[in-house]
Design a binder for this molecule. Sequence first.
Ligand SMILES: [Zn+2]
Length: 441
Amino acid sequence: MTVILLLSVVFILPVSAESSGTSDSLIFSVSGKTNVVDPQTATMRNSGSVIDYGPLHIPKIVIASSDAMKASGTRAANTEIYDLVTFNSLIPVRSDTVTMPITLYGQTYTINLKKSNYDDLGADGRDSYQGTISGMSDSVVLFTVTDQNLLYGTVRFGNQSIVIYPVQNREYTARTVMPLHVVYSEKDLLQPSEPVPFCGNTDNMTSPPLITANSELSATRGGEYDWAYVDLLIVTDKNFYDLEADWIACAKDYLSEANYQFQRPDIKVVLRGSYLVSVQSMIEMSNDPRSVTDPYQLVMDKFPKEYLIMAQKDVCVYLGGKDASPTSPGYEYAQGMGANRHTWSQMVEDNSPGMYDGNRHSRVYNFIHEIGHTLHAYHELAYEWWDLVPPFRHITVMCGMYIGDSIQWDFSSSVPEYNGDATHDNAFVIRVYKHEVAALA
Ligand SMILES: [Zn+2]
């Protein structure tokens, strides 16, 4: 450990002049490494040439929110709630610790990051980092960067949650030196007009966990407060593979968010990812009609228990690239499903307006929620409370409905510093079951 620390270099980026464009007003930028692209045209004129970014997948809810603010006069007609930017060599040397200056709404801050790869990829040019803004202990910074100048991540401070992610598809990203990203603050987004039923809005558990029986399980495999390592096989279909700039970097970002929750001292689970890169497998997933009618059954059939045991994976996570319409009774409204050893999480927005919006917040909720089911967490133990002024509803992640920002990503817990009580304690359920799940393969 000491050797690793001595060898690691604290990399301090030079604070250089601001890049092109109006960086002062940008939501997020990194000095000298951020370029602004005009959202009206989504083209960057560089030395006389225009870059073709191809079709962009900025979530509809982001554009609708921007349009609504302009229509109400809250924003000037020629401005958007989001920025389009590109990054140049954000973290060129992937040291274990990195210190870098950033700007948020024109204010300069320093962020301190530590490398946090939760996967078996090795040095493949994609690295996840976790850290804080210097001097703001309750801030959170999660970045996943790649050698292709991609950044997936978030900066959270105060009541702000700023998100950054690429919006070009795989094909156009591959031919763009500095790919395009969207940046926005989640507080600027419109919220779903009504709760969106999730997991078919029925619980996967037939009965609440029996504490006595499971204490025996825990006793043979490790204590409640010992770490458990759950190995995930993350798979996708050709649709999501083609849609995302880099689907593995995207999945790594969501895995970072999940680990941020699961590694809490009252849960103590590490989720380790590995990714099925076979394009043939992705094509088969997309070609199967069940990718629309029953994606959960599809992933169970394609990667059955025997496959997972051979691959030494505990749980298979399917990031679905289609707007699914499950036909099974009770699951007509599902955008995600998870139980036993499989999860399916829809990564794209529903066509129905006001429904599941497929932005980063909804995707991360879906990802964490369904993995939560595989660790036996369930809807009925989600914890709900209200801010009185202004009235605002909060619910922890196992809530069986998607309600936009009201959905938090944390698990309910009876430990006082978290949200929950003795009868709303999914953290306890996960502690009881985690060693059993970690021992599946
Ligand atoms: Zn659920």
